[in-house]
Design a protein around this ligand. Sequence first.
Ligand code: AP5
Length: 220
Amino acid sequence: MRIVLLGAPGAGKGTQCKRIAAQHRLLHLSSGDILRHHRAAGTELGKKASSFMDSGALVPDEIIVEMMIDAIKKAPVVGFILDGFPRTVNQAVELDKSLALANQQIDVVLNLKIDDRKVAKRMTGRRSCPKCGAVYHIENLKPKVEGICDNDGTRLIQRPDDTPEVVANRLKNYHRQTKPVLDYYKNNPDSPTVYDINADKNADEVSALILEKLDALVKT
Ligand code: AP5
């Protein structure tokens, strides 16, 4: 199965992708995580992406498309779930072209729906593990020991792009550049199955909604 997970910044894409990937044995490919790894490693790509990420702007398509298509080509045959990519219509078109060359296509698009005010609160309360990438929230999804990752005991950090000003810019860019990607998938004649998911529920309830849809699809 090849899945794209869409949704506003903070809608819960990373949280849900980790769960879906584990349940369905898929490779989880997060464009944001890959960019942060490049940044931490000081690569040329990471240096080019930094200023865009810090301001809440999208990194230019030519950087992202090559980076993600490379990662997808290395994916195991069993499938993948894309988190944060495609984020512009041009990225979606390039992804489709690249998959078509290998006689593949996106099978399912899951769209996490939630109000902007709620995601802003989620992002400013988010804490992440710099080592394993686990994501927590200071109120909604607390670690067992405050400020410490359950998996490896690493001190949790706040992402530099989770300040209120940058979050506002990320949301603005989401509405302007990423929402049209949903219409692209809904209107495409070879379109994959598109499901809207109510993401304004607790993380377990959202996972249950998603898994119900995917399980039904696998059975058919
Ligand atoms: P990226 O890392 O992809 O950020 P994002 O899309 O803005 O998404 P987030 O990671 O902020 O949120 P999420 O939806 O994964 O939510 P999460 O599960 O963490 O991208 C960062 C930057 O990289 C971009 O701004 C851009 O510059 C660049 N970039 C990346 N991809 C690009 C592309 N394709 N093209 C161009 N540029 C690109 O959850 C958020 C919080 O809420 C957490 O604290 C979590 O614990 C909590 N939470 C989750 N679910 C629930 C729930 N159901 N109830 C309550 N709390 C919840």
